[in-house]
Design a binder for this molecule. Structure first.
Ligand SMILES: *Cc1c(COP(=O)(O)O)cnc(C)c1O
Length: 374
């Protein structure tokens, strides 16, 4: 199929771009001997898991469903971390999982016998209380009062008997200088116990596949930890796996004017790109400019009744026409996994652009996908 034949809205994941990212991640694995997992929270398009599994070591999950998906569709190493596990799900989670990471020593005590009996490796998430990001407080697990990870104050060296590894996750879209800073805090606070661990998991948020990412510093950090503590190192990036590997194609439904030119699209920020409102950020749009940069500036909004369902202001070389298609970029990550059908919106179809440019439709959605959850 050709792109023009797709019904919009539709996510298209470009296989060539995904493979380019996977090759960069495979390079880090090869240089350091670390293991890299796909954090499914960012990207759970499982039709591509067999391909991803050719380059990475497995999947990271945040609970039962992601754990099951990883086991069913990739079938390699499967690691699960959850802020709190449910008693009625633990047995099933253990069927799918190799590593179980607990968020507190209370959770550890509650489940450690069960995990050991099932043959799982146990980790504890630590919180180095080292904030390295400004601006996005909702993405900072090191913020004061955070529920994520055990701080040094709550740390219990007396309960490490069953613990095989430490896990920390503090970064979001960050470069390796921030990882280095974080590692210094981790070592200063928890280093004395790292020697007795089998593995250390550096979490996600490493923007490894971004052009300006400093891979050498990442490699140094990994080799340093492996050498000093004699542990295996895991990374579990989500974004970096599918960064700039997908777009969201949409059509202009209507244009109008109210002090500024307006266009209503068949895709919604609130339903189909919620991070645009949550983060918030302005998604890149192909062949467009900043407001006033080009001749015709439009405020692009969604088809819902929410006044704030605004994607942003963009300028174009020509006036927008009904039926015209627009393509938002970098839409593979934190998009499909966060979709909703608010206001009865149809979910965007999901397609793959093969390396030869041909498009394969993976999934399309309809009325039942809206109705069945209500
Ligand atoms: C979100 C998350 C990741 C992935 O983060 P990215 O920013 O997508 O790389 C990895 N591990 C944990 C525990 C997470 O919560």
């Amino acid at each position: 199929m050709r792109k023009e034949e797709l019904r919009t809205p539709c996510y298209i994941v470009q296989k060539a771009n995904l493979i380019r990212n996977l090759e960069e991640l495979a390079h880090i694995r090869k240089q350091t001997g670390c293991k890299i997992l796909l954090a499914q929270k960012a990207f759970s398009m499982y039709s591509l898991y067999p391909l991803i599994g050719q380059y990475l070591d497995g999947t990271a999950a945040s609970g039962l469903y992601e754990a099951r998906l990883g086991a069913e569709e990739m079938g390699k190493e499967n690691h699960v971390y959850a802020p709190a596990f449910r008693e009625d799900e633990m047995e099933e989670i253990l069927k799918y999982s190799d590593h179980i990471v607990f968020n507190s020593f209370h959770q550890l005590q509650k489940y450690q016998e069960q995990v050991k009996k099932a043959g799982g490796s146990i980790g504890i998430r630590i919180n180095p209380e080292c904030s390295t990001q400004e601006g996005h407080a909702i993405y900072d697990p090191c913020a004061p009062g955070s529920r994520l990870g055990v701080t040094i104050e709550n740390f219990r060296p007396d309960l490490l008997e069953y613990v095989d590894g430490f896990h920390f996750h503090t970064l979001c879209e960050q470069n390796s200088d921030d990882l280095k800073k974080t590692l210094e805090a981790v070592e200063e606070k928890f280093g004395v116990w790292m020697h007795q661990m089998k593995w250390i998991n550096f979490g996600g948020g490493h923007h490894i596949t971004r052009p300006d990412y400093d891979k050498e510093t990442l490699i140094e950090c990994i080799l340093h930890v492996k050498e000093i503590y004699g542990v295996e190192v895991y990374l579990e990036p989500g974004e970096a796996v599918a960064l700039n590997a997908g777009s969201l194609v949409t059509s202009v439904l209507e244009t109008g004017e109210n002090r500024i030119r307006l266009a209503i699209l068949d895709t919604s920020a609130a339903c189909h790109m919620p991070d645009v409102l949550e983060m918030p950020y302005r998604p890149p749009l192909k062949d467009s400019g900043l407001p006033e940069e080009k001749m015709y500036t439009y405020r692009l909004g969604g088809p819902t009744c929410l006044a704030g369902d605004i994607i942003g202001d963009y300028s174009f070389d020509h006036p927008l026409k009904e039926g015209e298609r627009l393509e938002f970029l970098d839409m593979a990550i934190y998009s499909m996994v966060k979709n909703n059908t608010f206001n009865g919106m149809r979910l965007p179809s999901i397609a793959v652009e093969e390396e030869d440019g041909n498009i394969t439709l993976v999934r399309k959605f309809g009325y039942d996908d809206f109705k069945m959850r209500l």
